[in-house]
Design a protein around this ligand. Structure first.
Ligand SMILES: Nc1ncnc2c1ncn2[C@@H]1O[C@H](COP(=O)(O)OP(=O)(O)OP(=O)(O)O)[C@@H](O)[C@H]1O
Ligand SMILES: [Mg+2]
Length: 266
């Protein structure tokens, strides 16, 4: 089971779109996927149209055992197969678990509950737009961390802070965590400013840092979100562009996870 966190300090850059896009690509490929919605806004839970249960990610953080986790997972409306997508839903109560102050030692809870979970090939954690306790929970439980950003001045700064956080978690509670790369989203290659920001990211973080190809700006992602379908189910040229990119990213992420697993066992 591979666990991937999708994070950024900045809001609205495409974390949820990317997390669900990768879930949709894995669904199409026959994988068994669990999405964990750790954002109190609950956008991923709404888009997946889960069958509502009384339990949520907040329940699991309050009582972090494998049994509570299993009981809290819901089925979703993404049943187009050949794989499956389940969800651990968000709820507004989650905000109470984001108030880590740094004065107490951080003891990861989600990681503990996930350790004995079986039956999934891929777990994707959609983080809130902050680097608080919920994002730390996600990173502590993950094999890979993907940072999403947009080609803008504050996008580059936000990516840097998110990478610092990943390094911090690796140095403290999760030595197995690997930084998978930056997803540059909503790129318009014809715009000078966007090309400049892309170059800037590469200059700061090195040429291998961008997960390629970059994700273009396509309205199909907004359509998919409003109808609650995977982008792979939307019939338009824009949706096909995005789906192709996501498929390549899924290949890379699975390959990285396999390499990490092999390294850990040798
Ligand atoms: N490549 C894209 N092209 C066009 N629209 C996009 C693209 N990526 C994301 N969007 C749209 O931008 C909006 C914000 O995206 P999304 O909700 O995925 O961001 P987020 O980082 O999860 O936000 P938050 O920080 O609030 O959780 C959504 O309406 C989404 O459909
Ligand atoms: Mg989101």
């Amino acid at each position: 089971m591979t666990v991937i966190s999708v994070l950024s300090l900045k809001g609205g850059v495409g974390k949820t779109s990317y997390a669900l896009g990768i879930a949709g690509a894995a669904l199409k490929r026959g994988l068994s996927v669990l999405v964990i919605d750790l954002d109190p806004q609950g956008n991923a839970s709404s888009i997946l149209r889960s069958r509502k249960r009384s339990h949520s990610a907040a329940t699991v953080l309050g009582h972090p055992t494998a049994d509570t986790l299993r009981e809290s997972i819901s089925k979703t409306a993404w049943t187009g197969g050949p794989g499956s997508v389940d969800v651990l839903t968000s709820d507004p109560e989650l905000i109470r678990h984001d108030s880590w102050t740094g004065s107490r030692r951080f003891v990861p809870k989600l990681a503990r509950a996930l350790k004995r979970l079986e039956g999934y090939d891929l777990v994707i954690i959609d983080c809130p737009p902050s680097l608080g306790a919920l994002t730390r929970e996600a990173l502590a439980a993950s094999d890979l961390a993907v940072v999403v950003t947009t080609p803008s001045y504050f996008g580059a700064q936000g990516a840097e802070r998110a990478i610092d956080e990943i390094n911090e978690i690796r140095a403290t509670v999760n030595p197995d965590l690997e930084f998978a790369g930056i997803v540059l989203n909503r790129l318009r290659e014809k715009t000078d400013e966007h090309r400049y920001r892309k170059r800037e990211l590469v200059e700061i973080h090195g040429s291998g840092v961008l997960l390629k190809p970059t994700l273009p700006e396509r309205v199909a992602l907004q359509q998919a979100e409003s109808t609650g379908e995977p982008i792979q189910a939307v019939k338009s040229a824009g949706a096909r562009d995005i789906s192709k990119v996501l498929d390549k990213h899924l290949n890379k992420l699975l390959k990285m996870a396999k390499r990490t697993e092999t390294d850990a066992s040798t």
